[in-house]
Every structure is written in structure tokens, then in C-alpha cells.
Design a protein around this ligand. Structure first.
Ligand SMILES: C[S@@+](CC[C@H](N)C(=O)[O-])C[C@H]1O[C@@H](n2cnc3c(N)ncnc32)[C@H](O)[C@@H]1O
Length: 498
């Protein structure tokens, strides 16, 4: 068991504050101005854990630890630097760690295990984590951090793993009350809506803290389900703090992450995943902005680079680039009118948001309708190509990729600067991509592959470097029509594989 940088006054598992005092409002009674150190956990796109750790080092100056549980990193932070965690672009969700157990010995039977989880609730060192939750909330309020009209809504029965977060109406958090009042109200008002209205008219400060527990569990040796763990641990948290359980309109989300024998209890610092930050007009395969950020970091954009996303869909990649690496210029293109329209709308939405906040609204990005196989762009004029190719599942077809992939690699090679140009290409159609690339050895060299999870699909992000060969002088430049190249065998292999 390891505990989180708690100060000497921190109640440990064996020195528990009575529930009546610990239920006092963490938000209403800010007495502590001491800087404390806590551990912050972040979920990140699977495969980009190292990129996220690199960003943490760069922006916060601390070393992040990569969890055995893929897609998570942990790093220490002092409360005076709390705002900096919200500047990270590679993280989806953030939470403050209450306690972590690296080798939790689960009991044999389900009943014993669940009972132990219940007992654990009152033994945890909650104080520092709750203080960070309170500070975080103040920070968000100050910055107008809550996006207008956006709150969180969970699928019914979503206290357990794979809870899906949707955008919905903004839910202003209620004011919390001191402990005694909080108890009284919690006991007297089982109905959330009416209790809120009543308390607004009579005594607005008498609102209980609402919470929920979300359990994420991975591992095949557990005798219990995530639902059971969330239910029993949640019940004990409720009893200990006298908070009110509310699955949708909660103030505090307690996280119970169980990965094999690693158990981490945390409090969420983000209400909705940060990957949704840029996109208002979604398409069928919109990429998470956090994954886009990881892809952009791979190609290390430099000032005045010309960067193309030739199959931009909703524009998630170039938009993230234009915001975060804004000394480059981005051209977003697609051959589908609706995709181009969505990109334009997404750009306009961000420009308006920036203008409303009084920030310079212009973004270094332009949009065009084009065909990747025939780009209206001068030979050797582009520094970086970054794109999310049709996987052939929800977008395009596996069969079509056997024509598309070689053609687009060739056209990308034409427009990319020999010797220095780069491409970062995402695809799940790995076999087709590898075959196409192997025929382009004279034009592209593969430097690195990052294996990622895109909506449950195992995909590769390929970092390619343009060789020094002048386009038009290698055998790969010759257009290989489908009839001229024997791809039939490849297609058959592929169909057998899929
Ligand atoms: C996987 S989606 C890209 C999704 C995008 N990254 C996003 O976040 O919305 C692939 C895109 O390639 C486009 N596409 C397919 N064939 C194309 C072609 N020949 N030229 C240009 N775009 C093409 C599709 O219209 C689709 O929008």
C-alpha cells in the first residue's frame, strides 16, 4: 500500500475522523491555505502514455509514472500548481488520488471482498483529496471553466465500468452546507428535484453534497463485478460522509479503479473528458482531440511548417494543431462535401468561442474539398502530412483501401519535401498499409509505430520520413492501376484475416 503525500494531520486508514465531522462541506469552509502535495492521475489515449508523461514534464516539470493499467499516468503536484493540470492536452480525464494499493489482496469469497471494500471507505485518507477537489472547483468557477450548456450525464446504472459521458444541459452545483444541516437535509429530502427547489426558497445553504461512485475494473481473477464493488463501496462512502447518492447530478465523483491487484481510489477533477474540447459538429469517425494531440507531437511541428490533413473528416487533427501548434499553417481537405462543411463549422465554432472570450479569433487553418489521390498542391511544398485514413470498416471499405492506400502514399510523397518531410498516418487496416508502404520504400521510410486503441480497434500510428529521392525518379512514382498491380492475392489474404 502506498499513500499519497499526506501531511501529518492526515487521518490514515486507522485514524478515522468521525463521519459527522468529515461530512462537513469541503467547499464552504476553506480554512487551509497550506500547499499540499497530492498525486494526480490521468487517463490518456492508450499508446500515448509516454507522450503524456513527456507533456507533464514539459508543462509541470515533474516526472510522471506510467501505470501498468494501460492508458493511465500518475504524477505528483502541489496545490499551487493545480491549474496547470488543466493545460495538459494529452489527458482525457483527471483525478486526485485518495489512496492506492499496488498489491491489494482480495479475499477469496465475494461476500468477504465486498465487506472489506465497505470497511475501506471509512479508513481512507480523504482529507487532502477533498481539499484538492474543493480547490479545483473554485478554480473552474473562477475561470468560467464549465462550458455553457455542458454538464455530465451518465447512462442509467452507470456507476460501474464503461460509463459513457454525454454532453447535456449544464447543472450548476448546489451550495454545500455545514455538516449538521447537511445531515438533516439529506435525511429529510429523498427527492432531488424537490429538495433543490425547497432549499432554494427556504435555506439555500442546506443542500447535501451529492456524489456517485464509478468503478472501473479489469482483470479476470475478481470474484465480484464492477457494479457490485461500486454499489457496496458507494454505500459505505455515503454512510461515512452522509452524502447523498445521485448518479447524474453529482458534485463529487469517487472513482474506484481496480486493475488486477492494483486498486486506486480517487476523486474526479474533470466532469467530461477533455477530448471533446474542439469539436461541435461530429462525424461518424471523429477522432479524440487528445489522440490528435499525440499524433501532432509525434511529428514535432516547427514554425512556418505547412501541414496537410488530406482526409480531415471533421477536422479534428488540423484544428487541434492550429490551436496548440499555432506557428504552423494547416490545410484540411476531404473529398466529401459534408466532411468539409463539418470542418468549416468546427473552425467557425472555435473562432467564435475565442472571439467571445476576447482572444484573437484567427486560426492558421484553411479548408478545401479535394481528392487525396490528386492534390491541387505543388510538388515538394509540404512539410508534414498527418491524417486518419479510412479503416475500411465504418469509413470506406477494406477492398477500396487496396487502391486507395498505394495511391495516397504516392501522392503524399509527391507533395512532401524530399529529405525532411514527414507523415503521421493512423490506420487500423495494418496489413493493407504495410503492403502499400513496402512498395514505396524509395519514397518513404518508416521511423516508428505507436499502437493505439481507437474505439476498441487496435490501430497503428505510423511515423514516416520522406526519403531524399526526387519525385518522378523512382520506380514507385509510376502509377500502378489496379489492373497493373497484382493485388488480388493481397485482397484475398485480407478478406481471410478480417
Ligand atoms: C477516418 S475519416 C477521418 C476522420 C477525421 N480524422 C475526424 O476526426 O473526423 C477518413 C476521411 O477520409 C475521407 N476520404 C476518403 N477517401 C478520400 C479521398 N480519396 N480523398 C479525400 N478524402 C477522402 C473520408 O471522407 C473521411 O472523411
Amino acid at each position: 500500500m502506498s499513500s499519497q503525500g499526506d501531511g501529518p494531520s492526515e487521518p490514515g486508514p486507522d485514524t478515522v475522523e468521525p463521519s459527522s465531522s468529515s461530512s462537513s462541506c469541503p467547499d464552504g469552509d476553506a480554512t487551509s491555505t497550506d500547499i499540499i502535495t497530492v498525486t494526480v492521475g490521468a487517463t490518456v489515449p492508450t499508446g500515448f502514455e509516454h507522450t503524456a508523461a513527456e507533456e507533464v514534464k514539459e508543462k509541470i516539470g515533474v516526472d510522471a509514472r506510467i501505470s501498468k493499467d494501460r492508458g493511465r499516468i500518475y504524477f505528483p503536484i502541489t496545490t499551487d500548481k493545480l491549474f496547470q493540470v488543466h493545460l495538459l492536452r494529452s489527458v482525457d480525464n483527471l483525478f486526485v488520488v485518495v489512496e492506492e494499493f499496488n498489491h491489494y489482496q482480495f479475499k477469496e469469497s465475494k461476500e468477504e471482498t465486498l465487506l472489506e471494500l465497505q470497511q475501506l471507505a471509512s479508513k481512507l485518507p480523504w482529507t487532502n483529496a477533498l481539499e484538492v477537489w474543493r480547490l479545483n472547483r473554485t478554480l473552474k468557477k473562477k475561470k468560467g471553466y464549465r462550458k455553457g450548456g455542458n454538464g455530465t450525464k451518465l447512462k442509467p446504472n452507470s456507476g460501474a465500468t464503461d460509463a459513457i459521458v454525454d454532453e447535456t444541459e449544464q447543472q450548476e452545483p448546489p451550495q454545500e452546507a455545514p455538516a449538521a444541516e447537511s445531515h438533516a437535509k439529506a435525511e429529510g429530502t429523498p427527492d432531488t428535484e424537490s429538495s433543490m427547489q425547497d432549499s432554494e426558497e427556504a435555506a439555500p445553504e442546506v443542500k447535501p453534497i451529492k456524489f456517485r461512485v464509478t468503478c472501473n475494473r479489469a482483470g479476470d481473477k475478481h470474484s465480484f463485478s464492477s457494479n457490485e464493488a461500486a454499489r457496496d463501496f458507494g454505500g459505505a462512502v455515503q454512510e461515512f460522509f452522509q452524502w447523498k447518492a445521485d448518479m447524474t447530478k453529482f458534485d463529487i465523483e469517487v472513482l474506484l479503479n481496480i486493475h488486477n491487484e492494483e486498486v486506486v481510489i480517487g476523486i474526479a477533477l474533470t466532469e467530461e473528458s477533455l477530448h471533446r474540447r474542439n469539436i461541435s459538429h461530429f462525424g461518424p469517425t471523429t477522432l479524440r482531440s487528445t489522440l490528435c494531440y499525440g499524433m501532432l507531437r509525434l511529428c514535432k511541428p516547427e514554425a512556418s511548417d505547412i501541414i496537410l490533413d488530406p482526409m480531415c473528416g471533421t477536422g479534428a487533427i488540423p484544428l487541434e494543431g492550429a490551436i496548440e501548434f499555432n506557428s504552423s499553417f494547416y490545410i484540411a481537405g476531404d473529398n466529401y462535401d459534408m466532411a468539409v462543411n463539418r470542418t468549416v463549422n468546427n473552425i467557425c465554432h472555435i473562432q467564435k468561442r475565442r472571439a467571445d472570450k476576447g482572444r484573437a479569433s484567427g486560426l492558421p487553418i484553411d479548408t478545401v474539398r479535394w481528392d487525396i489521390c490528386n492534390l491541387p498542391v505543388r510538388t515538394s511544398s509540404v512539410d508534414i502530412i498527418i491524417t486518419d485514413m479510412p479503416f475500411g470498416k465504418r469509413m470506406g471499405s477494406k477492398k477500396g483501401n487496396w487502391d486507395l492506400y498505394p495511391s495516397c502514399l504516392r501522392e503524399m510523397a509527391r507533395v512532401c519535401r524530399p529529405g525532411s518531410g514527414k507523415a503521421v498516418l493512423l490506420t487500423q487496416d495494418k496489413k493493407c498499409f504495410s503492403k502499400a508502404l513496402s512498395r514505396m520504400g524509395g519514397l518513404w521510410r518508416k521511423l516508428h509505430t505507436v499502437w493505439v486503441n481507437v474505439g476498441g480497434l487496435h490501430a497503428g500510428v505510423y511515423l514516416l520520413k520522406r526519403t531524399g529521392a526526387v519525385f518522378g525518379q523512382t520506380p514507385e512514382d509510376v502509377y500502378e492501376s489496379r489492373g497493373a498491380v497484382n493485388t488480388q492475392g493481397d485482397k484475398k489474404d485480407d478478406e481471410e484475416l478480417s
